[in-house]
Design a protein around this ligand. Sequence first.
Ligand code: AMP
Length: 180
Amino acid sequence: MNKEQLDLKKLIKDVPNFPQNGIIFRDITSLLIHEDGLHLIYEEVFEQLEEYADSNINKIVAIESRGFIIGTIIASHTGLPLVLARKPGKLPNKVLQKKYSSEYSENTLCIQISDIKEGDNVLVVDDVLATGGTVKTTCEIIEALGGRVEACYFLIELDELNGRRLLEDRDIKVISSIHY
Ligand code: AMP
């Protein structure tokens, strides 16, 4: 682990039994509230994504809601357009939506149909990769709209749950910084 990863991990708080029994919630609010927190995320994200600087990724899709924070950092750094994958009832234009299950919840994600164009090559971003249900569904919506997902970036990956297999099975690259 590099220095940024070590410092980041120290600032992420484990909250046992939240939001339900048996789940260890990896809380990034303790990182965001720290004076060095955002700077550390910036440094880490730039380092992780350096090798993609010359790739043909042309759009960032960020998953509600903590994924928006990481997605904004990446979009502002790369200058790429940012698309929001949101829960139902939040986006004002026509959406394609799909149900999903995550480590502790069931919900639906939506992307505005006009936000993804045929041939788009996308980087999907979220804070945590757990079982992979959330990100897999996001990738399916993007693909149904004619886009292709090149890679997914997560600040945190929960290795034991092996969510990455759902992405690697689809030939999508998985990049993550902090492992538990
Ligand atoms: P999953 O679909 O199981 O990969 O869950 C990923 C989504 O749920 C992400 O948007 C995370 O924000 C959230 N999530 C799942 N498990 C955790 C956890 N243990 N700690 C924090 N967030 C989590």
